[in-house]
Design a protein around this ligand. Structure first.
Ligand code: BV8
Length: 232
């Protein structure tokens, strides 16, 4: 097995204290997706959206990586083949745990973007409507987050990785959001073996060859030990 492609979702950060989206009391339970994670919601009430991401940026800054994040960083460091990590998460817990090849397909809380000139810069802890872009000066700063209806980042590169994967691993995602939820079908089409790690089978659980049920802080370290022991 030479190439492992991993997709993570909110579930891998749950045990670090960061809310998931669809659990009761999850982030979306407190807010309607349309209001806080769409361009239309941002246009309608930019302060609500900026405050939603300010709260998540502050929460993420307090969070620490858990054993699941650490296990994936160890896999990348010690696996003799290639490990590519695609995350739907906007926190930086993968980077904090030592993962180096991390692709944030839905953007990152630590990033700010200018809606006028596309300039990107490190986001301040708190952003407010009308913040100026340091590059062009327009009052059009926004969180560098991919909202519903917007095109996820690095899609071409991600599809190239899926085409070359020997193993596709999906961790802590409910399989509700596309195109990420379609990655398992894409990997299978190219002959990859597929494993899902979750507390319960996801909406796309039936598409995986193997499902490892349990909290990621337990299932991932055990799996990484297994892979490294058999990868020579
Ligand atoms: C696009 C950033 C075109 C924001 C996010 C109708 C049908 C199909 C699709 C659509 C449709 N109508 C519209 C669409 C497209 C839409 C979509 O999929 N909508 C859904 C709601 C139907 N998608 C888009 O708009 C995307 N763009 O399609 O552009 C395109 C397509 C292809 C190629 C080019 C262009 C853009 C979507 C991006 C939206 N932004 N995030 C933010 O973070 O604030 S999405 C957001 O929710 C997350 O980023 C994540 O991606 C997503 C799903 O969340 P999960 O990570 O899965 O979290 P969730 O809470 O749902 O699940 C957690 C899981 O963890 C659970 O299963 C739980 O059991 C498990 N878990 C919990 N604890 C643990 C655990 N597992 C292990 N251990 C634990 N301890």
């Amino acid at each position: 097995m030479q190439k492992i492609v991993i997709l993570t979702g909110a579930g891998i950060s749950a045990e670090s204290g960061l809310g998931t989206f669809r659990a009761e009391g999850g982030l979306w339970a407190q807010h309607r997706i349309e209001d806080v994670a769409t361009p239309e919601g941002f246009a309608r009430d930019p302060k609500l959206v900026m405050d939603f991401y300010n709260a998540r940026r502050a929460q993420a800054a307090e969070a620490a990586p858990n054993a699941g994040h650490v296990a994936l960083a160890e896999l990348e460091a010690q696996f003799p083949g290639e490990v590519v990590l695609v995350t739907q998460n906007v926190d930086d817990l993968h980077e904090q745990s030592g993962s180096r090849r991390v692709m944030h397909m839905h953007g990152a809380l630590k990033g700010a973007l200018c809606a006028a000139c596309d300039h990107r810069w490190p986001a301040p802890m708190q952003m407010a409507p009308g913040d100026a872009c340091p590059q062009c000066g327009a009052p059009t700063a926004r969180p560098d987050i991919v909202w519903f209806g917007e095109i996820p980042y690095d899609m071409d590169e991600i599809y190239d990785h899926l085409a070359e994967a020997d193993l596709f691993v999906s961790i802590g995602t409910s399989g509700n959001v596309y195109p990420a939820a379609g990655f398992v079908a894409e990997a299978r089409r190219h002959g990859a073996r597929t494993i899902e790690f979750n507390l319960e089978p996801s909406a796309i659980g039936s598409q995986f060859d193997d499902i490892r049920i349990g909290p990621a802080t337990q299932t991932l370290p055990a799996w990484v030990t297994e892979v490294l022991a058999t990868s020579g």
